[in-house]
Unconditional design. Structure first.
Length: 146
């Protein structure tokens, strides 16, 4: 009987340890809203601080994806790549459904990295969306809790 109980307890401990390890490395986000699109950083030279912030948020495995989808010179939607469109269609940008991934320093300024999941933005016009997720780097005054 003791061996059965010891075996069950050991199995439970192993399961709990695995679950905790998975939870610790799971990517985290918080609902957010873009409130001031003029705060978006369009010309992004990805900083080392961004890598560190992504790792801390559990997004370390997606660093290269973020780098490939943040800023107007990367894989952003067509309309987002155009500075005039971003300026004149600020109301459209405010309708993105976004999630905050991390906050860090970028070019001596505070910045917030937003995740724009493709699946949650099917309401956007074709020029404003991608089939893949993308990211927006924005000043903290440009984003609010969602």
């Amino acid at each position: 009987m003791r061996m059965i109980i010891a075996s069950v307890v050991a199995g439970f401990a192993q399961m709990l340890t695995s679950a905790c390890a998975t939870m610790a490395s799971a990517p985290t986000t918080m609902p957010a809203k873009i409130v001031a699109p003029g705060q978006i950083f369009a010309q992004v030279a990805w900083p080392v601080e961004g890598d560190e912030a992504l790792r801390a948020a559990g997004w370390g495995g997606r660093i290269e994806e973020v780098k490939a989808h943040v800023g107007e010179k990367t894989n952003w939607p067509q309309a987002m790549q155009d500075g005039d469109m971003r300026h004149f269609q600020a109301a459209t940008i405010r309708t993105y459904r976004v999630e905050e991934v991390a906050r860090f320093r970028y070019s001596d300024q505070d910045a917030v990295l937003l995740y724009v999941p493709a699946a949650k933005n099917t309401h956007m016009d074709n020029a404003w969306r991608l089939e893949a997720d993308f990211f927006i780097l924005i000043g903290p005054a440009g984003v609010a809790k969602g």
